[in-house]
Ligand binder design. Structure first.
Ligand code: 3PG
Ligand code: MG
Length: 410
């Protein structure tokens, strides 16, 4: 079956696809001008006064099948993306120059608009900005899964104005992640790391209702450990979230926390290339002033056992400060365990994906998502604003079921 055909959405298990217009639902594209929202929010490296370079073009390559399909239909393609988080005005740091350079090699026919977030209308979802975006275009395609959890102008605006469709990348992401919403193979294990507790507490609650075991590492783990009564020393925690973490721990569900931690001595610096300062493997209690920056070897072993025994794994977020070599073993260990798991495995989020790539394990993961926050919010809310907007497009197919996409009480 070809990509983009309607038959794919007849999959009864995936309510997200019901009523969602795909590329095959667009009117004849020969000679049409198509606006494609992509997520080219890629990692950059800047070296002194040299222009920045794109260090990982995964998200750009991921949009190529859609772009090539549109061009092959005889359409001209205008792509638009955000890059970074500029404050609604032009900012050289987030200039699309380095992205343009990569794109001009991969798809020279494609025009790329200015960074969408240089205009405050993008994040404020201003009708005037939507108008400006769609001006001169005959159709709209959303292939920006990684940002479809944002109610931004370029994501939710065009579908009410132009014939619209989900691109191949968006479709593939929904097919892969929608499977986690339906009836995933058990045990279903979620491994969540990363730094921001406040960003993730809602999703942890939702995940607990879906998964058999929740494994918590990374920065998130320290607030949970503090809630469980451990000393966290100088580790970064989110005090205000301790009560939330406590209620998670008291939910009676299976949550696995680190039992040992790699900590850095007081006052020492960490980050890419840092090497000064003592590091020490400590238990679940961190000595005063020391900072927990990775999970320890016993924890890697325990996490790996749970992961390898899973029928389904979702992994999002690093276990430690992966970019500092002293603190990358936890993330690498989890990446290896996910690769060795014989079940269905999904990895999302920039750092986790980078870890899998660096270890050459990408071929051993069932699905690598271009979305971090978007994949978690999809599991949390059972739908995304960008998908809902597409279902409202004038060319959307009729829905087969009255049921709304899975909706979960948070
Ligand atoms: C991402 O990198 O997560 C997406 O591009 C969305 O970016 P945002 O979190 O800045 O909205
Ligand atoms: Mg993000």
């Amino acid at each position: 079956m070809g990509e983009g055909t309607r038959a794919v959405s007849e999959e009864p298990d995936n309510p997200l696809l019901d009523g969602l217009p795909l590329l095959g639902d667009l009117p004849d594209l020969d000679g049409a001008s198509v606006l494609v929202r992509v997520d080219f929010n890629v990692p950059l490296r800047s070296c002194g006064t040299e222009p920045s370079v794109v260090t990982d073009d995964f998200r750009i390559r991921a949009a190529l099948p859609t772009i090539e399909y549109l061009l092959a239909q005889g359409a001209s393609v205008t792509a638009c993306t955000h890059l970074g988080r500029p404050a609604g005005c032009p900012d050289v740091q987030w200039d699309l120059g380095p992205v343009r350079e990569v794109l001009s090699e991969l798809a020279p026919q494609v025009e790329l608009l200015e960074n969408l977030r240089f205009d405050p209308g993008e994040e404020d979802n201003e009708p005037g900005f939507v108008e400006k975006l769609i001006n001169g275009h005959d159709a709209y395609v959303n292939d920006a899964f990684g940002v479809s959890h944002r109610r931004h102008a370029s994501i939710v605006g065009p579908p009410s104005r132009l014939p619209s469709a989900a691109g191949f990348l968006l479709q593939r992401e929904i097919e892969a992640l929608g499977g986690l919403l339906g009836s995933p193979a058990r045990p279903f294990v979620a491994v969540v790391g990363g730094a921001k507790v406040s960003d993730k507490i809602g999703v942890l609650k939702a995940l607990l209702q879906r998964v058999d075991t929740l494994v918590v590492g990374g920065g998130l783990a320290y607030t949970c450990l503090a809630a469980a009564g451990h000393d966290v020393g100088g580790s970064m925690i989110d005090e205000q979230r301790i009560p939330d973490c406590l209620s998670l721990l008291r939910s009676g569900r299976s949550i696995v926390l680190p039992t040992d931690i790699v900590a850095l001595e007081p006052g020492a610096e960490f980050g890419p290339g840092c090497s000064e300062g003592d590091t020490r493997v400590v238990g679940a209690d961190v000595p005063a002033g020391w900072m927990g920056l990775d999970i320890g070897p016993a924890t890697v072993e325990a996490f790996s056992r749970v992961i390898k025994g899973a029928g389904t794994v979702l992994w999002n977020g690093p276990m430690g400060v992966f970019e500092d070599e002293r603190f990358n073993a936890g993330t690498a260990g989890v990446a290896r365990a996910v690769a060795e798991c014989g079940g269905y495995t999904v990895v999302g989020g920039g750092d986790s994906v980078a870890a899998v790539d660096q270890l050459g394990l990408e071929g051993q993961v069932s699905f690598i998502s271009t979305g971090g926050g978007a994949s978690l919010e999809l599991l949390e809310f059972g739908d995304l604003p960008g998908l809902a907007a597409l279902r409202g497009a004038s060319n959307a197919p009729p829905r087969k079921s009255d049921a709304k996409p899975v909706k979960l009480d948070p």
